[in-house]
Design a protein around this ligand. Structure first.
Ligand code: CA
Length: 264
């Protein structure tokens, strides 16, 4: 079963989303000037509400009502971001994610029906970058979509400007090559999603230091709201599953710390 998701796991780099190189501040990455969003949702009321809200941001939003239409629309539209419901008729959101990512890497915000589903989805490594549980507020949906676009725009800029040498982090038997965005442990390459990679780097640059969930949300997701802390927990679980449980320590009620085994 796991093999089904592998091509989503390989979505480790994005096409650069932004042509706007002007006036970039450290904490104020601009959004791309024209944003196209693909909304994949079979419930018309929800789909229309999302599309209307995104249109109010000045974005172009197109709705696909089932999985096959979503795959077709993604290839045709080349959206900047996909908002993707898991439960769809025909092929489900996970398979849609896999097929879309196989064609062209694109950030995906997944909509789930239940909170505990997020754990399962992150565990499967479907390659989604963020998850929201229904029911959600439109304000939160827009905020999370914007933070996703900002992150991709930033990653694209770093890749384009390539000259900025980001030193590789070596901690015990873990190597984190920030320029190539590759991670290995004991010489074995480990495939991480873009979000998992960013989370690992954020922890690893300050080893043995506890970072709160709120701090991680703000730094990795550009998102400051306690409702998102479960997303952090789920992605930590995924990192542990891929890299080994010993690398990241839980400080109950506080947050997480990167704990390399020696050196660093
Ligand atoms: Ca649905």
């Amino acid at each position: 079963m796991r093999g089904v998701w592998n091509s989503c796991l390989m979505a480790t780099s994005y096409p650069s989303a932004s042509e706007d190189h002007a006036a970039r501040g450290l904490h104020a990455d601009p959004l791309p000037s024209a944003v196209t969003v693909l909304v994949v949702e079979d419930e018309p009321d929800i789909a229309n509400a999302i599309a209307n809200r995104l249109a109010a941001e000045g974005w172009t939003a197109e709705i696909a009502g089932d999985g096959l239409a979503a795959v077709e629309a993604a290839a045709r539209l080349r959206p900047d971001v996909v908002i993707l419901d898991v439960m769809l008729p025909g092929i489900d959101g996970l398979e849609v994610c896999r097929r879309i990512q196989a064609e062209r890497p694109v950030p995906v915000l997944m909509l789930t029906a239940r909170d505990d589903e997020t754990d399962v989805l992150v565990g499967l490594g479907v390659g989604a970058d963020d998850y929201m549980t229904k029911p959600f507020s439109m304000r939160e949906l827009v905020a999370r979509t914007k933070s996703l676009l900002r992150r991709v725009s930033r990653a694209g800029r770093i890749a384009e400007e390539g000259a900025m040498p980001l030193p590789t982090i070596v901690a015990g038997d873990v190597q984190i090559d920030r320029a190539q965005r590759r991670v290995s442990r004991a010489g074995e390459l480990v495939h991480l999603t873009p979000t998992e990679f960013d989370l690992l780097v954020t922890l690893a640059v300050t080893p043995r230091t506890v970072l709160t969930r709120e701090k991680l949300l703000a730094d990795v997701w550009d998102w400051v709201d306690a409702s998102g802390t479960r997303t952090v927990d789920s992605h930590i679980k995924a990192l542990r599953r891929k890299l080994g449980a010993d690398l990241i320590r839980t400080v109950h009620g506080v947050g997480y710390a990167f704990e390399p085994q020696d050196g660093a």
